[in-house]
Design a protein around this ligand. Structure first.
Ligand code: A4P
Ligand code: MG
Length: 182
């Protein structure tokens, strides 16, 4: 089992609902246990155009090797209608592997920690919310990196979501009732 952190982002369609649905989708995978979910954040597009994004981060435990996890992320993005007309195009769902255990990977199609993680408030702020003591391989304490992204607009969304499964995750408890979300 490996603890990993996944970054979710969307700014096309009903982005807020998509992120909630995507977290439930992840939690329903037999190979994944969602350990914690950050709040939902509304964020200014960085190096990109289009509408404001919604972003969040989930902490998972997974039996999958990292490449299988990447393939699963791509499959779920596809299920949520992801298209790639150009780099950093607005998207219905982006699922990035931010961290995978304490591994550092530098390959053509997979870089972990995510190469732009430390430059982005939309990834760092939710990561630190979930795990204030988090250490990012090669970069040290995540919390210490927040000052460097303090000029990026990010605001926590007050969620009216009453889903017990999502709320249990936000509280940091493992989703006990996998597969049931009414
Ligand atoms: N890839 C390499 N490493 C990873 C990794 N750790 N996790 C490869 C996931 N994928 C990884 O990804 C492009 C390629 O990166 C894939 O083939 C994969 O094998 P993609 O999902 O097609 O596109 P992407 O995620 O947009 O690419 P990239 O380069 O990771 O973009 P960024 O840097 O994530 O930027 N502003 C706000 N406010 N919120 C956002 O969520 N997102 C972006 C995308 C820009 N601005 C944003 C947001
Ligand atoms: Mg991506």
């Amino acid at each position: 089992m490996t603890v990993a952190y996944l970054g979710l982002g969307a700014n096309l369609g009903d982005a807020r609902q998509t992120l909630k649905d995507a977290v439930v989708c992840l939690a329903q995978q037999h190979t994944i246990t969602v350990l914690a979910k950050s709040s939902l954040y509304r964020t200014a597009p960085i190096d990109a155009g289009g509408d404001d994004y919604f972003n969040c981060v989930v902490k998972v435990d997974t039996t999958l090797p990292v490449r299988h996890l990447l393939a699963l992320c791509h499959k779920i993005e596809h299920q949520f209608g992801r298209e790639r007309p150009f780099r950093n195009a607005p998207r219905t769902l982006d699922l990035d592997i931010l961290l995978f255990g304490d591994q550092s990977i530098d390959e053509a199609d997979l870089i972990v920690p995510h190469p732009r993680l430390i430059e982005r408030a939309f990834a760092l702020v939710p990561l630190v919310e979930i795990d204030a003591a988090l250490i990012i391989p090669q970069h040290g304490r995540a919390e210490a990196l927040l000052d460097g992204v303090s000029d990026q607009r990010i605001e926590k969304v007050k969620s009216p979501c009453h889903c017990p499964m999502l709320n249990a995750m936000t509280a940091g408890a493992p989703a006990a009732d996998k597969g049931r979300c009414e």
